[in-house]
Design a protein around this ligand. Sequence first.
Ligand code: X5A
Ligand code: ZN
Length: 670
Amino acid sequence: MAAGTALLYDEEMTKYKLLWVDPACKIEVPERLTVSHEALVRTGLAARCVSIAVREATDEEILLVHSEEYLEAVKKTPYMTLEDLMAFTQQYGDVYFHPNIYHCAKLAVGATLQLVDSVMTGRVRNGIALVRPPGHHSQKSAASGFCIFNNVAIGARYAMQKYGAKRVLIVDWDVHHGQGVQYCFEDDPNVLYFSWHRYEHQNFWPNLRESDYDSVGKEKGAGFNINVPWNKVGMENSDYLAVFFHVLLPVAYEFCPDLVLVSAGFDSAIGDPEGKMCATPDIFAHLTHLLMNLAGGKLCAVLEGGYNLTSLAQSVCQTVQTLLGDPAPLPADLGGPCESVLKSIHCVRSAHKQYWSCLKYTADLPASELSAKSLKVAEQKTGNEPEAQEQRSPEEIVWPEPPKRLCPPVRTAVALPEGVACPDACKRCSSAEAPSSLVLNRIRGDFFKESEDKVTLTALCDLIALLERMAKNEVRNGLALVQDVSMAMVCVMQHAPTSLTNRVLLVCVGDGCVPTRITEDGKTLLVHISSTEAQGQKSKHCVPVCLRKGCSDVAGFMQAVLGLLLPLGYEYNPGLVLLVRMPGSGVCESVWQQLAGLLQGLAQGHTLVLMQENETASAGPTASALLGSPAPMLGLLGNLLSEDLEALETLRNTLQADWKLLQHQKVEEA
Ligand code: X5A
Ligand code: ZN
């Protein structure tokens, strides 16, 4: 299994800059790259990456996306006088040329392709390319928005051509619309392009009608272009996560990419003068984490924008640290998405519902939304409104530095019956480290009043010892095979350190009874995915999810995980995730590994997995998911049962009053 994170950087790409006065371009400075790289070095992250030398792209590679005429024209720029350069620049929008930019643009493409090579050959698992100039605005025959060649678009074509990648997902989290990428793949069903972007009803650059949600792709590519417009500034972490949960992730898992490319612009972070958004740098840890189990972990991030040097450097570090496998920080205090985003999400989902089975049950748009559209564009920019939202200049905005991330010395501890195999990297718990006699006696009193079942008692003590080490941050996560999962669940809730059990996200997979005493104490959010209609009480903290074909139905299961479990988990913000596989759950191994992988974005990676002791064959795969190996690809998911979709939608609707992150349309409309 490929391991490691590639870092591509070459100081040469800092060696061009704006040589004349142009207010639109003055933010695109060489320091963008130096501060990002210096921050990676200072924090020790660069040293943990695999450094890979940058090369220039060849003509042939650039021609995968650009026209010969355009390439030939750019080739002449190193020999132009300042005047000629200014004149050449004039034909394009919001971009500048410099005698050295052609060289740097070839390095930016080359770095992207080196990254694609490293990931596709398995030299590394994933990686990031810190490049200038950025790429996503440039088009077949045009420079645009600081971009000369379209790094990521060329990367996608290259991966398909050289490595036979069948499906490539491009996630563009830059705050601008990568119209160049959209134009490139509009009619191509093999490249799914997702972009969110500041739009303000077409009043924000590049002011294109085709950046709106209803540009879904053309001909065979219809459904493979997803635009999420931000129609207001000031979007926050929960707005970004809501779009991931309710638009991008379900579609991405249904698409099943062989490779994920991220147009990683950080102008979508707080403090950026272009974006004017309020999402904090740590959100990129989560966005990255949520994409890292697609495509068998093959993820290439390529820098696009990002103009507040502080915010940029912090965001780059958060992204790289996550690529390296460190646990994501707690997603503090998520509210629900704002009203404007709920509208956008609803619009995107309904524009795409005919193409993606995960979106099939989206309600139709109210007629008012469609007719209001042209009006909004016409209404705005009369030129005489006061600059109302211009309260503070982005340079003055302050936010706390992202906290240091936890890094327990032991990633995965296991409590397994003798003889059960698991990866060497796991730390086996032995009863030698068992808890105090106080705990032992309490457990004995709880479960073994009469009988003296030594073996079971020792196993439970091991489990508690493991959790105590987790609470002390000596261990990140754990796996235990136990004789009776129900008993073990109760034991954990009653005897584990309270710092972990004050808020537990309990995820039960498969049929069987969850002891009611667990859900009644208010310290647990239970999500139980099974094939049986719940007998017990549903409540805010007890969420039974029933799938007709049970947990063996991959499509239904993933729909429940992405659209329901993850948003609930993120909003609940637990101190521990307790993931329990009920005996005979029927869940297939790769889905189970996906689930274990995704849930590690919560609780700073504190996940405890419980399985029945006879599931010995699953111990290895589960442990490797906990160790951070990417889950295997799920393959094409197959169709969702409409009754399941409907039931999930109903459940989401009932719960959304209590859990705001479940909302994906305005509540009045729902
Ligand atoms: C890559 C990128 C922004 C261009 C803004 C022009 N370009 N006003 O962020
Ligand atoms: Zn941008």
